[in-house]
Write a protein that binds this ligand. Structure first.
Ligand code: GTP
Ligand code: MG
Ligand code: ZN
Length: 290
């Protein structure tokens, strides 16, 4: 399945034909990147089944799921100097990637703009956590991103106006994806990209593609299992299992290896706070019978 807009989908068949589809049945969940079976109906198709997937990247709160893509190998966050940086959002993308066995990379876009040097400094802590950072000006040249996209099934995430669609256009000029000035998209409080769309990148490898998604300001991870969220923090993970209490919450318990690592400067305090926030969000969602 290659494009999703609300309850409307586009499926690309093996011979290249594209069929507008609806979902058969309410229980079925489908995301771009899914392999599906369809049945022809008047005017299009109905998605009847979804093949087993290697993973599903989505965001969720206590009330609903927002599917991004299935069978993903890499999440690429896009940031730029002309839009205020939300570090917690980046942290959440990293956690989403870790918990779905995806690689995470940050595209620091609009390197041609003033203020890029400030952005570069603010991204340094993410590099320290092991995330790749690619500096580029997508509008002029997507080349720095190519090595990172090769042989990967990537989903682009980022706030509106960062340049996700611009990067797609630079990679695939024939795609003609709509982009818009930051002032336009932010001023009206609307997003330029409204559907989630998969673009094959055959020049960069077999089964290689990239997904453009609508801009997002929040990234809920309520679907995560509360007890396992800590493992998705790369710098917290090595300390797990070393606390005095087996069921340590890494809060105010004595003999907590994680809070000791915070005191020693090996874990940033905001990262431990985010762990507790994500656990609270996940527990809250579980309390609601979703
Ligand atoms: N100066 C500069 N502007 C860029 C660059 N990349 C994108 N832009 C501009 O940033 C604006 C937003 O780009 P889009 O590609 O529409 O952003 P988006 O992330 O797809 O936004 P949504 O679809 O709303 O999520 C456009 O005016 C682009 O021309 C770049 O490398 N340098
Ligand atoms: Mg866009
Ligand atoms: Zn602990």
């Amino acid at each position: 399945m290659v494009a999703a807009y609300r309850r409307h989908f586009v499926v690309a068949l093996a011979d290249g034909e594209r069929v507008a589809c609806v979902l058969k049945g309410r229980s079925l969940q489908v995301a771009v990147g899914d392999r599906v079976e369809i049945r022809r109906v008047a005017g299009g198709g109905a998605i009847e089944s979804v093949a087993a997937r290697s993973n599903l990247v989505y965001r969720s709160d206590a009330f609903k799921d927002k599917l991004l893509a299935a069978n993903v190998t890499q999440i690429a966050g896009v940031v730029a100097p002309d839009i205020s940086l939300d570090e917690e959002l980046i942290d959440r993308w990293m956690i989403a990637a870790e918990s779905t066995d995806c690689r995470f990379v940050l595209f620091a876009n609009k390197s041609d703009l003033p203020g890029f040097e400030v952005l570069r400094k603010r991204l340094a802590p993410f590099a320290a956590l092991g995330c790749g950072i690619v500096e580029l000006a997508a509008i002029a040249d997507p080349a720095p991103a190519l090595d990172w996209l090769a042989d990967q099934r990537t989903v682009l995430v980022g706030q509106s106006g960062m340049g996700k669609s611009t990067l797609i256009n630079a990679l695939l000029p024939e795609a003609g994806v709509r982009t818009a000035d930051v002032s336009d998209s932010l001023g009206a409080g609307r997003h330029t990209t409204t559907s989630t769309t998969l673009y094959p990148l055959p020049a960069l490898g077999r089964d290689t593609w990239i997904v453009d998604s609508p801009g997002m300001k929040i990234f809920g991870l309520a679907q995560l299992e509360p007890a396992r969220i800590a493992e998705a923090f790369v710098e917290i993970r090595p300390h797990l299992g070393h606390c005095r209490f087996r069921d340590c919450r890494h809060d105010a318990e004595p003999g907590c290896a994680v809070t000791e690592a915070v005191v020693a400067g090996r874990i940033a305090p905001h990262r431990l706070r985010l762990l507790h926030t994500l656990q609270a969000e996940a527990n809250f969602a579980r309390g609601k019978a979703r």
